[in-house]
Design a binder for this molecule. Structure first.
Ligand code: PLP
Length: 407
């Protein structure tokens, strides 16, 4: 695991809180003219929602009664007994309705869409968990839903494709480029340009303003809950908070609850896939450079021509050549560190969690766990590491089966 950390002169305690859609020099809105009024209207309505106690009340009611929050905090006592080191705690986002953190954001954005009078949602998906969550909220709120998904991911995450269809959504295969998450976002943005009456329910802390802010706000319930649970369980804040980073929404949620606790170390784990050669990984923060993609400025992995790079990870949800602007400023300020772990390390952590704790994690979440275990092994037992277990692994069993790990 390699760590990068660029410290510029930015206040660490406030770095992660955006001002009008800007995270320092990152974020913002780099969009075609046709989308300017669309984003302005979402920003205006979201601002209204943010300041409306009734909106918050309904969001919290759905989190409790529909999603099943608060999610559990589970200590991995067997893992610690086996390896020593710090105590490891899991924030169990896998226990949410639909099986991942994505539903926290989908409920929030669907409430915004409903207030705007929208009747049709569109979404992109990689691993399918956001697609399932979007299809779920569309069914709940009586809306139509189209989910754009790369045809490579449609094959890789087949169980989720069926779930989306069962929920009444239309899955639209995306056949250009690498046919994965980046192209699914390209296709969804184009659909919005073609029909601005749609509501684009973005699945990560990416996209033009106000999306990164909205997603961070809706996901911070993870960190807020975990902070209170850690204090209740251990009498103290965790020493480390670790989360995997694709577009960066589960990490945004887990980190935001602890941003002002500057003694708590925040670590984002990116996928180094099969290795650090071009096209074999998706370590966008660690190996990318500042640039613009999908309407926002952040770190981007590019090819020699400056175009978004080809990316790869065994975890479809981490397979994205950029990252939400929150993480760009957290990296630059030194408030968070970003490291990478590869497919093999994630698979090892996947097996370990299955067989020592009886929990089958998503392959995305297995990256966070691999990083968390490495950190914990270097520490003494009086320290604690909180790992955000972003989702469950049912969707990945086909991929695992093809690898022939379990005979
Ligand atoms: C279970 C799970 N964890 C993590 C991610 C990565 O997304 P993000 O970085 O936005 O949390 C995904 C994306 O599909 C996912 O399904």
């Amino acid at each position: 695991m390699t760590t990068t950390n660029t410290t510029k002169n930015i206040d660490k305690a406030t770095a992660g809180f955006p001002k009008c859609g800007m995270y320092g020099d990152y974020g913002g809105s780099y969009i075609p003219d046709a989308l300017v009024p669309v984003m302005d209207e979402i920003a205006r309505v979201y601002d209204e929602c943010r300041n409306d106690p009734a909106f918050r009340e309904e969001y919290m009611r759905l989190m409790k009664e529909y999603v099943g929050r608060p999610t559990a905090l589970t200590e991995c006592k067997n893992l610690s007994a086996k390896y020593g080191g710090a105590r490891i705690f899991l924030k169990r986002e896998d226990l949410n309705h639909t099986g991942a953190h994505k539903i926290n954001n989908c409920i929030g954005q669907a409430l915004v869409a409903r207030r705007m009078g929208k009747t049709k949602l569109i979404a992109e998906t990689g691993a399918g968990m956001h697609g399932v969550a979007a299809a779920t909220v569309a069914a709940l709120m009586g809306m139509e839903c189209d989910v754009y998904m790369g045809s490579v991911d449609i094959v890789k995450q087949a169980p989720n494709v069926l779930r989306m269809k069962a929920l009444g959504a239309t899955v639209v295969p995306v056949e250009f480029g690498q046919k994965t998450l980046k192209e699914a976002v390209d296709a969804a943005l184009q659909a919005l340009i073609d029909d601005p009456t749609l509501f684009y329910l973005i699945g990560s802390a990416v996209g033009p303003h106000p999306y990164p802010t909205m997603v961070q706000d809706f996901q911070r319930i993870i960190g807020d809950e975990a902070r209170a649970q850690m204090i209740e369980r251990t009498g103290a804040l965790p020493d480390y908070v670790v989360a995997c980073v694709g577009g960066g929404s589960n990490a945004a949620g887990a980190f935001t609850g602890f941003l002002e606790d500057t003694d708590v170390k925040l670590v984002g784990i990116e996928p180094s896939g099969r290795g650090l050669e071009y096209g074999q990984h998706a370590a966008s923060i660690t190996l990318g450079h500042p640039g613009v993609m999908h309407g926002f400025r952040s770190y981007v992995l590019t090819d020699d021509a400056g175009e978004p790079a080809e990316v790869y990870s065994i975890a479809s949800g981490l397979d994205y050549p950029s990252v939400g602007p929150l993480h760009a400023i957290l990296k630059d300020s030194g408030r968070a560190d970003y490291c990478y772990v590869g497919d093999d390390e994630a698979l090892e952590a996947f097996t370990l969690l299955c067989q020592t704790e009886g929990i089958i994690p998503a392959l995305e979440s297995a990256h966070a766990l691999a990083g968390g275990i490495k950190i914990a092994r270097e520490l003494t037992p009086d320290k604690t590491v909180l790992v955000n277990l972003s989702g469950r692994g049912d969707k990945d069993m086909e991929t695992i089966s093809k690898l022939g790990i379990f005979k």
